[in-house]
Design a protein around this ligand. Structure first.
Ligand SMILES: Nc1ncnc2c1ncn2[C@@H]1O[C@H](COP(=O)(O)OP(=O)(O)OP(=O)(O)O)[C@@H](O)[C@H]1O
Length: 256
């Protein structure tokens, strides 16, 4: 029996962006399916961050269109996790208040705010004290708080810009696992920029490989290894094969 094709969540049409007269994107088109994790990988400075920033509305584009299930960004609930969690968290608020912040902004009752924070505490298996301020936590714990804050309002799509880049290996494994669980349990679509091919492949249902500027799609690889993937998945032949394929495409692009 043939499976239905996945429903499209984000439709990016003819996106154009220049910086100071130099073209970064020209008529860039992409469809992102519902509930999947898309990893974005490509040469330095090819515009990975710019792409998610334009989709997330943090940076204007010159022309084109981005629609979320046919809706504009203003009618879409999104979450964003910044690379630099130190600057992203509010230093004057406890970790708990950081997570609760986007909920309180909507006027949600304190009882509901507490219940939602507790749900996230369970999902992320938090064992440290959330009454501590961000600066009292380790880098990995701070990044965990920033991901919990982004997920608190139940966004339909979550953007993450190099979420692992400042983390040690142990924390990278932890955050990978938690993002994977959050994706499985909530069905939140995720777009993750990564400069580490293993991180990019581990979580991905699709790996978007970009060219050098002007930036286009070098390849879109589908990776259907069953989830949840355990840390050992990186040694599985299917994993090694897709990683090698991505590397091959990346290297061919670098030689151009
Ligand atoms: N606000 C800006 N003004 C001018 N140029 C910019 C601006 N933001 C990004 N650029 C340029 O656009 C290009 C793409 O930048 P971007 O940060 O999106 O790339 P990236 O692929 O995420 O980079 P990296 O791999 O280094 O993280 C770079 O050449 C960068 O210098």
């Amino acid at each position: 029996m043939s499976q239905n094709p996945p429903r499209t969540h984000v439709t990016i049409g003819n996106l154009c962006k220049e910086f100071g007269g130099a073209t970064l994107y020209k008529d860039f088109n992409l469809e992102i399916p519902y509930g999947k994790i898309i990893s974005i990988f490509g040469p330095n400075g090819c515009g990975k961050s710019t792409l998610i920033n334009m989709i997330a509305g943090l940076m204007p584009y010159d022309s084109g269109q981005v629609l979320f299930d046919g809706k504009d960004l203003k009618d879409t609930k999104i979450g964003y996790v910044f690379q630099n969690y130190r600057d992203a968290l509010f230093p004057w608020m406890s970790s708990r208040d950081n997570i609760a912040y986007p909920l309180r902004r909507t006027g949600m009752s304190e009882a509901k705010v507490s219940a939602r924070v507790e749900e996230l505490v369970q999902l992320f298996e938090i064992r440290f004290n959330l009454d501590l301020y961000p600066y009292e936590l380790s880098g990995g714990q701070q990044q965990t708080i920033s991901i919990m804050r982004a997920l608190a309002p139940k966004p339909e799509i979550l953007f993450l810009d190099e979420p692992f880049s400042a983390l040690d290996f142990e924390m990278t494994l932890f955050i990978r696992e938690k993002l994977q669980e959050a994706n499985i349990t909530t069905g939140t679509t995720m777009m993750i920029v990564s400069h580490d091919l293993e991180d990019a492949v581990f979580l991905a249902d699709e790996i978007l490989l970009l060219t050098r500027r002007p930036t286009a799609i070098a390849s879109l690889l589908y990776f259907d290894m069953p989830k949840p993937r355990l840390p050992e998945a990186v040694s599985h032949p299917d994993f090694i094969q897709i990683k090698s394929k991505a590397l091959e495409i990346f290297q061919a692009e670098m030689r151009k």
